[in-house]
Design a protein around this ligand. Structure first.
Ligand SMILES: NC(=O)c1ccc[n+]([C@@H]2O[C@H](COP(=O)([O-])OP(=O)(O)OC[C@H]3O[C@@H](n4cnc5c(N)ncnc54)[C@H](O)[C@@H]3O)[C@@H](O)[C@H]2O)c1
Length: 271
């Protein structure tokens, strides 16, 4: 029970993918969790699942792009559970269109939800964290922030989110605040499920690119997020932790083509 007596806010916590899994995992380890999501039904469903298993959770409807709503979210969570100890920046949207095809409103929405949303959430929880001299922020980035995978707005916003996380880490380190990032690779969440309907083998094809030969399990992200949010990570701040099966480290296919006369590397069979 690493989070007994701690209050956590998970934005996008109503998501059936990583957000909901992180909210459930925090609650399982004793945290009182504000499940903050733009979609009220989804927030309620995750909060209900947590309370049904003996945990403490409160659904909060919020659009993280709206300063008034974000402030109200922090106040509602504080009133119900006590001042937030943990903020998880998880909410996101992503338009897949190429740079010339992207609609300006969609592009702006991705940046606003991911980057402005995280900024507003940090500003809403930091004053109380500073007052008590402790607090943790963990933000969900993506491998797209480090290597091209399309979705230019989403990728640029996540790269900005990583920078914002470092700014928070450095500006408030002396006040007991930590701020870190996890960089997920591919997980079989709802967004991928939709693509799978059109391309049934999409996840198998993606798995080939991973040095580990598979995509991730949602519990593997939750484990990393909880570690960074816990006191076990007490001297880790300003860090970015890939949870990506080695994807950002490289891939055996490039190595194989660069050294055609040598034995294929271990695990580097035919793609
Ligand atoms: N799923 C993956 O393979 C993958 C890969 C890399 C990174 N990530 C990152 O992990 C995180 C979770 O991804 P996921 O696919 O599991 O999604 P998820 O299941 O956690 O759902 C995201 C939630 O964000 C909410 N949301 C969207 N806009 C919002 C807004 N304006 N205000 C409040 N809530 C809003 C949605 O309603 C949704 O419930 C995201 O930050 C994503 O970028 C996911």
């Amino acid at each position: 029970m690493r989070f007994l007596d701690r209050t956590a806010i998970v934005t996008g916590g109503g998501g059936h993918g990583l957000g909901g899994a992180i909210a459930r995992s925090l609650a399982k380890e004793g945290a009182r969790v504000a499940v903050a999501d733009r979609d009220r039904d989804m927030a309620e469903s995750v909060a209900a699942a947590i309370t049904a298993t003996g945990g403490e959770a409160l659904p909060i409807t919020v659009d993280v792009r709206r300063p008034d709503q974000v402030q109200a979210m922090a106040e509602t969570a504080s009133k119900a559970f006590g001042e937030p100890d943990i903020l998880i920046n998880n909410a996101f949207t992503s338009c897949p269109d190429s740079i010339l095809e992207a609609d300006l409103d969609d592009w702006t929405r991705d940046v606003d939800v991911i980057l402005k949303g995280a900024f507003l959430c940090a500003r809403a929880v930091l004053p109380a964290m500073l007052e008590r001299g402790r607090g943790v922020i963990v933000s969900l980035s993506t491998v797209n922030a480090h290597t091209y995978v399309g979705a230019s707005a989403y990728s640029a916003a996540k790269a900005g989110l990583e920078s914002l996380s470092r700014s928070i880490a450095v500006e408030y380190a002396r006040h007991g605040i930590r701020s870190n990032v996890v960089i997920p690779g591919t997980f079989a969440t709802e967004a991928w499920e939709l693509r799978r309907q059109r391309h049934p083998d999409i996840l198998e094809r993606l798995a080939h690119w991973y040095p580990t030969g598979r995509i991730g399990e949602v519990e593997e992200i939750a484990a990393a997020v909880l570690f960074l949010a816990s006191d076990e990570a007490s001297w880790i701040t300003g860090a970015t932790l890939p949870v990506d099966g080695g994807l950002l480290a490289g891939n055996p296919w490039f190595g194989r083509d660069a050294h055609p006369d040598e034995q294929p590397p271990h695990g580097g069979g035919a793609q």
